[in-house]
Design a protein around this ligand. Structure first.
Ligand code: DP6
Length: 360
């Protein structure tokens, strides 16, 4: 089994003076949710996600040698402009990953990041952002120390996890499992792994249209929400349920049973929000329009028998999931019946993707 110390390398070639790397990493949507964590970003239960295609972060890191000192030295820019409010988060990320990337204090980094989705969309960008940045750092490390592709990918996911848990699922395509699960060989609490089994054709090009219900910042951050799972009255039961749902989802990926898929995915979304509503203190992230959309999806599904369903993240936005073969009908339904419940009628059409890509 791989442990944290396996990600600490020795004997670097520090002769590299400067360089530039650039990666894009996609967002992902969890089908079985991660909600609750232990020390050091270890998940309380395993989760599985679909990797998206068009919602992504593109990050460039320019690095140049500096005097080795006790300080990290970096500039963080968002869409080409300095973004000072990101510095504390970056500083925390650098501190968390330093033990695994000892060259971090020997270089000055200029990080420039941009998202393909509108930044005030309420779409969590931390997953794609932390994944893209981790890949850039791994690319730099690879220039100092040869490594296998598997190691590269695993460590990138490992580092991304330290930035934001769900980010570790944004490196690869195919469904990605994060968290040790007895039926998934090689699964680990430390990083996400791409499932190697074939995905049933019902899921090829599977669609995810993200309905932007609330574009403001969340009242309760995910980190606070995760922490409220400590001493939560239903935590033990919930973590057991997630393990069971993951087992069942693995069979669904093989069988292509869309009714079962819908049952698991919607239950996971509502359970996630039930955990929020039953924590102490309790909170509600759904908005009236979130419920309107859910009810409209249920009515449409009942009437048409089209296997479309919803899932939710830690926010009010709704992800509408459906097979590619129904894309036309569901697109029309979204445009005609659901967009009225969206902020400025905004929604983003996305689909299953193949994972992160090196750009430079
Ligand atoms: C509801 O990964 O954002 O989206 O590890 O504290 O950064 P941190 O949390 P984060 O939590 C995401 C929770 C979720 C479910 C999921 O993506 O599995």
């Amino acid at each position: 089994m791989i442990s944290e110390t396996d990600f600490i390398l020795d004997s670097y070639d520090f002769s590299l003076e400067n360089g530039l790397v650039k990666w894009e990493a996609p967002s992902n949507i969890a089908l079985v949710k991660y909600w609750g964590k232990k020390e050091n970003q270890i998940p309380a239960n395993p989760s599985v996600s679909f990797t998206l295609s068009d919602c992504k972060t593109i990050t460039q890191v320019a690095f140049s040698k500096k005097e080795n000192s006790d300080e990290f030295s970096f500039e963080f820019m968002f869409e080409g402009k300095p973004k000072l409010d990101f510095h504390p988060k970056m500083q925390q990320f650098f501190s968390r990953i330093y033990a695994y990337l000892p060259f971090l204090k020997s270089y000055h980094f200029v990080i420039d990041s941009q998202n393909t989705f509108p930044h005030s969309s309420g779409i969590a960008s931390s997953a794609s952002a932390m994944a893209a940045l981790s890949l850039c750092f791994m690319d730099i490390e690879r220039q100092m120390k040869p490594m296998s592709d598997d190691f590269f990918t695993q460590k990138a996911s490992f580092l991304a996890r330290l930035g934001s848990g769900s980010a570790c699922r944004s490196i690869k395509g195919n469904p990605v499992v994060w968290g040790a699960h007895k039926e998934v060989e090689g699964s680990s609490d430390l990083f996400g792994i791409e499932l190697t089994q074939d995905l049933h054709e019902n899921f090829s090009n599977f669609r995810d249209t993200i309905l932007l219900v609330d574009v403001g910042t969340k009242q309760v951050s995910s980190t606070v929400g995760h922490n409220l799972m400590h001493n939560h009255p239903f935590a033990t039961q919930r973590f057991a349920q997630a393990n069971q749902n993951l087992s069942e989802m693995l069979s669904v990926f093989k069988s292509g049973d869309l009714d079962k898929f819908i049952a698991i995915v919607e239950s996971e979304a509502l359970t996630l929000h039930s955990m929020m509503m039953t924590s102490n203190p309790y909170f509600i992230l759904m908005k009236p329009n979130t419920l309107e959309i859910i009810n409209h999806i249920w009515a449409f599904r009942n009437a048409t028998k089209i296997p479309v369903c919803f899932t939710l993240d830690a926010g009010a936005n709704v992800h509408v999931l459906y097979p590619d073969s129904y894309a036309k009908q569901v697109s029309e339904f979204i445009q005609n019946s659901l967009s009225d419940f969206c902020h400025n009628k905004q929604f983003i059409e996305d689909k299953l993707g193949k994972g992160a890509i090196k750009l430079v």
